[in-house]
Design a protein around this ligand. Structure first.
Ligand code: SF4
Length: 389
């Protein structure tokens, strides 16, 4: 694993360390902090254009918040959703504590329940953003644009600022630039001599949800330039793998770490929540709200809670497998995530028709399954190696 990308950028490390106190200072000056649940269905551009600070709440992997939530919800709620509830109850995470309002996209049933629990507890205010679960034609885009209009009204009332077309256009350009840079960095991994590891890329992507977006974009420009200059590592002959699944939270790094330790090389991810989606940009059309609705709903690869989404995701994954020269897929899902669990069999079958083996791992946040995971990952990587040779 190469850690340099993440470590060498001292500016980014320092910024993240100081970010909670910066947010506190901003709050004292009247700036609102608007949190939102992950899945890439909440347009940060809209929050940013209202003068509020957007923060995607992506912490996970730590068993304590997930266990804490068990006083409010049963264990059948997935560990990530429970972690969201537990973080809110514990009030130990400065990013979660800073939030004045949270936008909760209604995606799977677990995030729906999470939004309800946050709502019952009364603080902070929750705005539920309905997401059409079927997309057949333009009607759903219009419905979603209406919901985004309601969110815009809510943000204007919260901040006291008007979201003008000019502010929204600037925000769209800023976040498009961030996505472009993440995409350019990610695409470096199509080469066997890439110096950025999956762990570094995922962490960089995670930080982009908490950092100031202007600062983050500048740092991504720097990192891209530095990587482009140093992208001359010797050929890495480790098996090239794709990491798929519902969620990689900030702090939930066990599976990528075990894969690296076992000699595997994750070169690309297809994950719904926790990481920023960077494959498409928002068109700066005449009707910006409709452009946001289209960009966040239909121009992207759908997550598994959307109906008829598996075929589109399989098509996208097949393209990634080809472009990134992947020999095996690690499917990492969280315990009780029925929307992804019910698709695992379909993906195993379809990928085996392409001679791509897939390993399914299902985990809670905890250490009980580490030994078993280690053994299974090592055996899988050995098998992929033998098939490649
Ligand atoms: S991991 Fe699965 S169940 Fe949990 S929030 Fe994500 S999609 Fe929902």
């Amino acid at each position: 694993m190469n850690n340099e990308c993440f470590i060498f950028n001292e500016r980014l490390d320092t910024h993240l360390r100081n970010r909670p106190s910066e947010l506190e200072e901003a709050k004292r000056n009247g700036v609102k902090i608007v949190g939102f649940f992950p899945g890439n269905y909440v347009p940060e551009e809209l929050i940013y254009a209202s003068g509020a600070v957007p923060l995607c709440l992506i912490h996970g992997g730590n068993p304590k918040p997930a266990e804490t939530a068990l006083s409010s919800v049963p264990r059948v709620i997935c560990p990530f959703a429970r972690a969201l509830i537990g973080e809110m109850m514990l009030k130990e995470n400065p990013f979660y504590s800073a939030v004045d309002m949270v936008v909760a996209p209604i995606t799977c049933q677990h995030l729906r329940k999470t939004a309800e629990i946050w709502e019952y507890r009364g603080e902070p205010e929750v705005f539920k953003l309905g997401i059409p679960h079927q997309v057949y034609d333009g009607l759903e885009v219009n419905d979603f644009a209406e919901r985004l209009d309601a969110l815009k009204d809510k943000l204007q009332a919260l901040t006291g600022n008007k979201v003008t077309d000019a502010k929204l256009t600037d925000a769209v350009k800023l976040y498009n630039r961030m996505r472009q840079l993440l995409r350019k960095i990610s695409l470096m991994r199509t080469s066997n001599t890439s110096v950025i590891s999956s762990m570094d890329f995922i962490k960089l992507n995670h930080v982009s949800f908490y950092a100031d977006p202007v600062f983050m974009t500048e740092v991504l420009e720097e990192i891209y330039g530095e990587l482009a200059e140093s992208n001359t590592a010797s050929d890495n002959d480790a098996p090239r793998l794709l990491l798929a699944g519902p969620n990689i939270a900030m702090g939930d790094y066990r599976v990528p770490e075990l894969v690296e330790a076992a000699g595997g090389n994750i070169v690309i991810e297809e994950i719904c929540e926790g990481v920023r989606y960077y494959w498409n940009e928002i068109e700066a059309g005449d009707d910006l709200m409709k452009s946001l609705a289209k960009g966040y709903l239909t121009d992207r690869v759908p997550c598994a809670f959307m109906s008829s989404s598996a075929g589109k995701r399989l098509e996208f994954m097949t393209k990634l497998i080809s472009d990134f020269h992947v020999s095996g897929v690690i499917w990492y899902e969280l315990l009780d995530c029925e929307v992804y669990d019910s698709e695992a069999y379909f993906f195993t079958q379809k990928l085996s028709e392409q001679n791509i083996p897939m390993l399914i791992l299902e985990a809670d946040y905890g250490t009980a399954d580490i030994g078993q995971f280690k053994t299974r990952i090592e055996a899988f990587i050995e098998m992929v190696k033998e098939e490649v040779e």
